[in-house]
Design a protein around this ligand. Structure first.
Ligand SMILES: Cc1cc2nc3c(=O)[nH]c(=O)nc-3n(C[C@H](O)[C@H](O)[C@H](O)COP(=O)(O)OP(=O)(O)OC[C@H]3O[C@@H](n4cnc5c(N)ncnc54)[C@H](O)[C@@H]3O)c2cc1C
Length: 405
């Protein structure tokens, strides 16, 4: 079978769908086809955010928003002026999917089900007449002399198109990168981002499940702050995930073998607080008087680690003991020896270099008629809805440009 759609989109994920819908609603004459390699579209949307789909983040100021992207922040600044979280909210709400904002800024459908997002996108595709071909795995692509693209699918079918959008997702499988390379692009080696740290350390034993609402973590020049969770494998939670995102390449180069320092107080004025405790609550035993909102179990373990004798009262705390306790509270060093998957969200660092793409239109600077959107690009955000926002924004720009050229 040989069809000749005007616009072919490779990848039935968030970016592919959003680009298809944007292009088709901007230009209804356009024939738009999505090729999806597997038997199911929007698979990542389905499992995203623990099945709830963290669609975007309640950050509506582009200058602030780009700070959540370890890679791609410079390029996204202009892009967010054209399509940002406010537009995402408006887009979904005007199609019947109300979003809610959680205390930390993450936005989810009020249904708390990613199925609402899937239903909305697929319903819209049907309404607009976007064709979706399942089990349509693009194997090879070639630019013809007439400027059109010749596509070969794994099932032996051939197609041609004027405009081609690669929205094949994270390039961990290298598929999208290979297709782009065959059209003259380069690609930055994929490495994971948003992972937890494996730490085997007696000091964390039997603390699994304990969470500290605010802690600061650092490794080399990298520093992050946020909630910290002790797991049976080591450390996780937003502070760690953010550190893993900003250090994704460095940690990969170090083969996930490095040290981190934890400040359990998140930068509190520890000595001043100790002075206050000594003056006002001198007779209290340290053990019964946790500070800096440190949970009791963790507080007791930190006192043990600092070798503070059982029953020690604030008034009796010796200078040398105080020094050790300050160090333990503000700079506990741990050896990381590997990474673990974060089940709620992970993403690939690497992909098509942003310098090879014109961010006004998402068109390739090297191959006219070729466009990119979503995670195939060397863009990724920290956890919190930023990765989908990248998909919506770049897809919107690509869809608009493809519809108008
Ligand atoms: C478990 C998990 C949870 C997540 N949760 C969140 C979250 O809550 N919020 C958030 O912002 N981000 C989240 N993310 C990240 C987010 O899902 C991705 O950044 C986003 O889905 C990227 O969209 P995409 O369309 O670029 O790629 P994808 O969603 O990966 O879609 C790419 C599609 O292309 C298809 N494809 C690939 N190659 C070919 C080919 N050669 N031919 C045809 N089709 C092809 C693939 O089968 C796939 O369906 C999560 C990720 C994971 C893994």
């Amino acid at each position: 079978m040989a069809t000749q759609p005007h616009l072919i989109i490779v990848g039935g994920g968030a970016a592919g769908f959003f680009a298809a819908l944007t292009a088709k609603s901007a230009n209804n004459e356009l024939q738009v086809t999505i090729l999806e390699a597997t038997s199911q579209v929007l698979r990542k949307v389905a499992i995203s955010g623990g099945g709830r789909c963290n669609v975007t983040h309640a950050c509506f100021e582009p200058k602030e928003l780009v700070k959540f992207y370890p890679r791609g922040n410079r390029e996204l600044l202009g892009a967010f002026h054209k399509f940002q979280p406010r537009d995402t909210v408006e887009w979904f709400e005007s199609r019947g999917v109300k979003l809610k904002t959680e205390a930390d800024g993450r936005m989810f459908p009020v249904s708390d089900s990613s199925q609402s997002i899937i239903d909305c996108l697929t319903r819209e595709a049907e309404k607009l007449g976007v064709s979706v071909l399942l089990n349509a795995n693009l194997k090879a692509v070639e630019k013809q002399q007439d400027g059109r693209f010749a596509l070969e699918l794994a099932n032996g079918e051939f197609m041609t198109t004027d405009r081609l959008l690669l929205a094949c997702g994270g390039t961990r499988s290298l598929k999208g990168a290979q297709l782009a390379e065959s059209l003259g692009h380069s690609s930055l080696a994929p490495v994971p981002s948003l992972f937890s740290f494996r730490i085997k350390d007696e000091r964390l034993k039997k603390l699994s499940g304990v969470a500290k609402q605010q802690a600061a973590v650092s490794s080399g020049d990298l520093k992050q702050q946020g909630a910290l969770l002790i797991t049976h494998e080591g450390l996780s939670g937003p502070a760690i995930l953010k550190l893993s995102a900003w250090g994704a390449r460095i940690f990969a180069e170090q083969n996930y073998d490095f040290t981190i320092s934890v400040d359990w107080t998140a930068g509190a004025r520890v000595r001043e607080q100790f002075t206050t405790s000594r003056q006002n609550f001198g007779k209290r035993q340290l053990r019964n008087d946790p500070q800096f909102e440190i949970p009791q179990r963790l507080w007791e373990r930190l006192l043990e680690n600092a070798e503070i004798p059982e029953g020690r009262r604030w008034l009796e705390l010796r200078k040398s003991e105080e020094e050790t306790l300050v160090r333990t509270l503000t700079a506990s060093c741990f050896q990381v020896s590997g990474k673990s998957l974060n089940k709620d969200e992970f993403v690939t660092c690497g992909g098509i270099p942003t310098r090879e793409v014109d961010f006004r239109s998402m068109e390739s600077k090297l191959c006219p008629g070729l466009y990119f959107a979503g995670e195939i690009l060397d863009i990724d955000g920290v956890t919190g809805g930023f990765n989908f926002q990248n998909a919506w924004t770049t897809a919107y720009l690509a869809g608009t440009a493809m519809a108008n050229c």
